[in-house]
Write a new protein. Structure first.
Length: 219
C-alpha cells in the first residue's frame, strides 16, 4: 500500500474593528507555491461568537485534509484575546498572536511581493461561486492600492520594499500576508536580485486571475 502524502496548510486571520472587516485566508503549500484555497471577508458587525465558530469549523475541516503548519492571528488592534480564544478551542494547533509593526508589515509585504513576482502565489478557482469570485476581486483591488517596489535585498534574501501608497482597507491582503508569514519561499538573493531589474513596477502588474488555470482543486 502506498503511503498517503500529508497536505500542508497555513492560516491567516485579520481581526477587524468597527470600520474594518475581519478576514480569513487559508493557503495550501504545494511544490514550493502558496495556493490560496479559502478567502473570506466577514461583514462589518459580525458577532464574535459567529467569527470564532466559523474559523474553528473551517480549521477543523482543513485538518481533515492535512496539517496546519502555521496559524497567525492579527493582534495589532484588539490584542491577543482572539488568538487566545482560538487556541483554547483548537488545542491541536499552535495559534500565534501576531502584532504588526511598521517593520514587520514592510517585511511581510516584501515576502508577498516576492512570492507574487516569482509566480509562487496562486489562487484556486470556484466556478460559478459569485461570492468567492467577488472576494478575489476585492483582494485584487487591495493589492493594487498597496503599491510596492522591490529595491534591493541582503544575503538572507530579505527584500527591501518601498511602499508608495496603501488603500483605505487591506483586510484580505493582511489575512493573506499572515497566512504566508511562515512559508519558506526558498529563494536566495543571488537568484532574486534580478527581480530588482524586472520588478520595477509600482503596482502588482499581474493579478491572481491572469492565469487561465492554476491547476489546483478545492477540497
Amino acid at each position: 500500500m502506498s503511503e498517503q502524502k500529508t497536505r500542508t496548510f497555513a492560516v491567516g486571520v485579520d481581526i477587524g474593528q468597527k470600520v474594518d472587516n475581519s478576514a480569513l485566508c487559508v493557503v495550501e503549500i504545494i511544490e514550493n507555491k502558496a495556493i490560496v484555497k479559502i478567502l473570506i471577508k466577514y461583514p462589518l458587525g459580525t458577532p464574535w461568537d459567529v467569527l470564532y465558530d466559523t474559523i474553528i469549523d473551517i480549521a477543523k475541516d482543513v485538518m481533515k485534509q492535512g496539517t496546519i503548519e502555521s496559524f497567525n492571528v492579527d493582534a495589532t488592534g484588539v490584542g491577543a484575546i482572539p488568538a487566545d480564544v482560538l487556541q483554547q478551542r483548537l488545542p491541536e494547533i499552535n495559534v500565534n498572536a501576531f502584532k504588526f509593526t511598521a517593520q514587520s508589515k514592510r517585511e511581510l509585504i516584501g515576502k508577498l511581493k516576492m512570492l507574487h513576482t516569482l509566480g509562487k502565489l496562486k489562487f484556486a478557482r470556484r466556478g460559478g461561486d459569485q461570492i468567492y469570485n467577488q472576494v478575489i476581486q476585492d483582494l485584487i483591488t487591495e493589492m493594487r492600492y498597496i503599491q510596492a517596489k522591490i529595491m534591493r535585498g541582503d544575503d538572507n534574501a530579505n527584500p527591501e520594499i518601498e511602499i508608495f501608497k496603501t488603500g483605505a482597507h487591506d483586510d484580505l491582503f493582511t489575512a493573506l500576508a499572515l497566512a504566508i508569514k511562515d512559508i519558506d519561499i526558498n529563494v536566495n538573493w543571488e537568484q532574486a536580485q534580478d527581480l530588482v531589474k524586472f520588478a520595477d513596477d509600482k503596482t502588482w502588474l499581474k493579478t491572481p486571475l491572469d492565469e487561465p488555470n492554476p491547476g489546483v482543486i478545492f477540497f
